[in-house]
Design a protein. Sequence first.
Length: 347
Amino acid sequence: MTFIAACTAALQFAVVSPAVAEERVVVATTGGSYDAALRKFWFDPFTAITGIKVVSVAATNAEMRAKATAMVKTGNVTWDLYPDGEIQADSDNHKATSEDLAVFCEAFKDRPDLVEDACIGAGARLFSTATLMAYKSDAFPDGAPTTWADMWDTKRFPGGRAFPNFDDPWRVMAAALLADGVAREELFPLDIDRALAKLETIRGDISVWWKTGDQSVQGFRNGDYSIGQIWLTRANALKAEGRAIGWSNQASFLVGDRLTVIKGAPNKENALKLIAFWLDSPDAQARVCEELLCTPPSSKAITAMSPAARAALPSEEDIRDHIVIPDATWINTNAALLLERWNAWIR
């Protein structure tokens, strides 16, 4: 079955008419290669089948959450949908500002190809990916860095460093603790004082504090840093450009995004149709995740990805032995404290 034919089958409920053709759904994304992949393989095919225009607006993850909260609070909701982080989707704030999709998700609960939590009240899984250590693969002829401790070893691995600086600093603190010798199994609860002390030892080497995925890749293109903590999706985009980049699954945090419908969304039904299209279209998932290097929610989608793309994903051994699965409950419970301590230090 062709991709468009599959899309048609997935959306038999959608009837295109002049009225529908004028409808739309507003989606926030982080822009750049991320938005381009979603546009090409998800948004545009959806519009071709339904006539519903997908309008994307660019924002950082922190801006999305702040905007959603403000819109719900004021009752002036102009967006419909955005990808919230897997950790944040487990928070009380998320529940207060998003539609409960439990009833909608009933249609997907018995799908054998979908992961168990592909669709839950907090939102539908877009994909899973990683925040990890990436590096210039041509910068270290004597061996590439593989651990967070290597990122702190500026003598053996010289050059600038890059870290994110937005509203969930746990991943930077966690990397610092792992670099300082804390075992993966003992990482949470995070020792904030110890993490900041370890970060202080390389403060002068941190040349890029990025707030968006585009900033992280531009810093790499410009040669502003040789090792950085960035998203796997962005690292893979750099590789697709032909850049000399490598990354380590041994220095990695498992993260993901959930499709979130904002409470009071003006185009709620269209947003739900867009989500249903995603969950019902393994080919769309496969093409997006091959482009961005992510793990889609459907096993059929994983099978449809190229052997090279599947081989580049974190292995079962990586997940078992190295990759950190963050403690969402602890992070959300301590989010205000983490951000307060982080902002005091980063200044």
